[in-house]
Design a protein around this ligand. Structure first.
Ligand SMILES: [Zn+2]
Length: 55
């Protein structure tokens, strides 16, 4: 199983499978992580989407 290393908290967790651009939730800190590369496996924090942009 692919092992994910959370770039936010450094926690490691395994998932059954990953797909490109899939969003995973870190079970350690709860942040959402998007798969941005499969080989090597790279995930990035998904910025929180706010509906009010305040412009
Ligand atoms: Zn985390």
């Amino acid at each position: 199983m692919p092992k994910i290393v959370c770039p936010v908290c450094g926690g490691e967790f395994e998932v059954e499978s990953v797909e490109l651009h899939e969003v995973l939730e870190c079970p350690v800190c709860g942040v959402e992580l998007e798969v941005v590369s499969l080989n090597p496996l790279v995930v990035e924090e998904v910025p929180e989407v706010e509906e009010d942009w305040g412009e």
